[in-house]
Design a protein around this ligand. Structure first.
Ligand SMILES: CC(C)=CCC/C(C)=C/CC/C(C)=C/COP(=O)(O)OP(=O)(O)O
Length: 306
């Protein structure tokens, strides 16, 4: 009964029954066993807002074909939209501290703005949107924050992933999954497999990702191929090298627009090889404050230089 009630409250008809039951069971179990977990305490306050936002915002996640330019927001031109927007999500903790909250609560606030942004991307028929969610360096943060972040990431894959899948988006995880918990590995494999053939916007979550590691992985693979006589050293070129990178494994184009929030002007080890020709857009807004209007502004700046 409680599960049914939660189903209706949290998800309405957005996702299928089995997944709703899974999600609700998880929430119930968490609520009972983790009463004093800061993540759960904070989630209790924010879940209702989140679920309302998610339902409303995700109702229109499927891109529509051939939208006339006059119907696009901010004078955007359909022909000039980027194929791949990469987002360096930053400023979550500063956003929370500014509001008198514990810094880590900003990560959940960041997760909540995902749907409106993706709804706009879908409407504009942007093929790929990637998010730098968790870097290999982020393990150095305090244990309490890392644990909190991992729970946000679990919800991202379990709940948001399900909503995105049910609206025709493909969801992939990029990074070294071997260091993630079994739950996270399972969630990422499940959502990737479920959504693999979807033709809507492809959402990439970079989790335990490092651009340098991606390049080292490529070098090691090629070195082994040379050792095994599969390839000669002088046959290695940009194309062959790029075939060893995540961009090729998961099959998505290099970003043409990179957006970083929070006023930091750097790329922090995100898709180093793939950003060689990307346009970079920096905004002072903290990520949880980065709304659809800000994304439109970034796209307008991109289109002005096309
Ligand atoms: C997919 C998506 C949008 C998820 C959003 C939520 C999420 C899990 C974000 C984690 C990424 C992260 C460490 C943000 C950086 O803010 P920070 O902690 O470095 O903040 P600071 O710069 O203020 O310290």
């Amino acid at each position: 009964m409680a599960v049914k009630l939660l189903n209706v409250i949290f998800f309405g008809k957005l996702i299928n029954k089995k997944s709703r039951d899974d999600c609700c069971n998880t929430l119930l179990v968490s609520a009972v066993y983790n009463m004093y977990d800061p993540y759960v305490l904070e989630m209790n306050q924010m879940d209702m807002i989140n679920s309302e936002k998610t339902s409303a915002m995700s109702a229109d996640l499927n891109g529509k074909d051939n939208i006339p330019d006059e119907n696009l927001p901010g004078g955007l031109k359909q022909k000039l939209v980027p194929k791949h927007i990469a987002m360096i999500v930053d400023g979550n903790r500063r956003w929370a501290v500014q509001k008198g909250l514990s810094g880590m609560f900003g990560h959940n606030a960041g997760r909540m703005i995902l749907m409106p942004l993706l709804r706009l991307c879908s409407k504009l028929e942007i093929k790929v949107v990637s998010f730098f969610v968790f870097s290999t360096e982020n393990w150095r943060r305090p244990t309490e924050e890392v644990n909190f972040l991992m729970k946000v990431v679990e919800d991202l894959l379990r709940i948001d992933g399900e909503v995105l899948n049910s609206h025709g988006c493909r969801v992939s995880v990029m990074g070294d999954k071997s260091k993630l918990s079994e739950t996270l590995q399972k969630l990422s494999t499940e959502i990737e497999e479920k959504s693999r053939t979807n033709s809507g916007t492809h959402i990439i979550f970079a989790i335990n990702y490092s651009g340098k590691h991606d390049i080292i992985k490529a070098c090691k693979n090629l070195a082994n191929q040379v050792k095994d006589g599969v390839i000669l050293p002088n046959q290695i070129n940009e194309n062959i090298f790029a075939q060893q990178l995540y961009t090729n494994y998961i099959d998505f184009p290099c970003p043409d627009l990179v957006i970083r929030t929070s006023g930091e002007i750097r790329i922090s080890n995100f898709m180093l090889w793939q950003m060689a020709y990307s346009k970079l857009y920096f905004t002072k807004k903290y990520f949880p404050d980065f709304g659809e209007d800000d994304l439109i502004e970034a796209l307008r700046a991109f289109q002005r230089t096309q």
